[in-house]
Write a protein that binds this ligand. Structure first.
Ligand code: C5P
Length: 239
């Protein structure tokens, strides 16, 4: 199979799925192993929601064109950790670190609200395409394989039950010292899932040519080994 096209010969691997499915960890791990660029597209919606909240904009259709305009103005920088570092990706917006701020629950809900607005998605689309640089790109999101990079060389869709995803998030938060009830997390995940899957533009769903992996009962190492084999089989890397 050919993984590039005449318009842009840079290969893309897309990892889509709902929040908490492990797609972020998988995509980052893949990008580092391949030595490719990495795009966390959810972070772009989070950054925009966070910036809009700071500017006092409403997060709905009333402010759609202001939100789309704001997306085009932000200077966003992802800083990847050193290969062996346990740290995650750092995010800077207009020179200010907002890595932790964009993970707040209010920002998660805000991101999912503005992500349903067509003009916002159009603005973010242009931002996303700029990340496609040699030698390759691994992306993490909801519509990477269906809308943003339909010509990707390998499309993955990582899923897991809502209960398992809530458990994982609960553990993550507990390890960081914050206590949110499991029940509240599960409700929030279900609410976001419903909005992400049910929206008219770019709903969360696997591309017809995506490989769907259910990680509910699979440790992330096992998922990675399975995916790495797919990467090798497609000729994108050597084992
Ligand atoms: O993946 P993450 O939870 O960080 O994404 C935050 C929100 O951004 C999601 O709930 C979803 O509504 C939106 N999103 C999207 N399309 C993407 C990535 C994220 O609509 N490609």
């Amino acid at each position: 199979m050919t993984e590039s096209n005449a318009a842009n010969p840079v290969t893309v691997v897309t990892v889509d799925g709902p929040s908490g499915s492990g797609k972020g960890t998988l995509a980052l791990h893949l990008a580092r192993r391949l030595g490719w660029h990495y795009l966390d597209s959810g972070a772009l919606y989070r950054i925009l929601a966070h910036a809009a909240m700071a500017e006092g904009l409403l997060l709905g259709a009333e402010a759609e064109s202001e939100l789309a305009e704001l997306a085009g103005r932000l200077r966003i920088d992802f800083r990847l950790p050193e290969p062996e570092s346990p740290l995650g990706v750092r995010v800077e917006v207009d020179g200010v670190d907002c890595t932790d701020a964009i993970r707040a629950e209010s920002v998660s809900q805000g991101a999912s609200k503005i992500a349903a607005l067509p003009l916002v998605r159009q603005s973010v689309l242009a931002l996303q395409h700029r990340f496609r640089q040699p030698p390759g790109l691994v992306t993490d999101g909801r519509d990477m394989g269906t809308v943003v990079f339909p010509d990707a060389g390998l499309k993955l869709f990582l899923d897991a039950s809502a209960e398992e995803r809530a458990q994982r998030r609960h553990k993550q938060l507990k390890d960081k010292g914050s206590s949110v009830s499991l029940r509240a997390l599960l409700a929030s995940i279900r609410e976001r899932d419903e909005r992400d899957r049910g929206r008219a533009v770019a709903p969360l769903r696997p591309a017809p040519d995506a490989i769907v992996i259910d990680s509910t009962d699979m440790p992330i190492d096992e998922v990675f080994d399975m995916v790495w084999q797919l990467v090798v089989d497609r000729g994108l890397a050597q084992s």
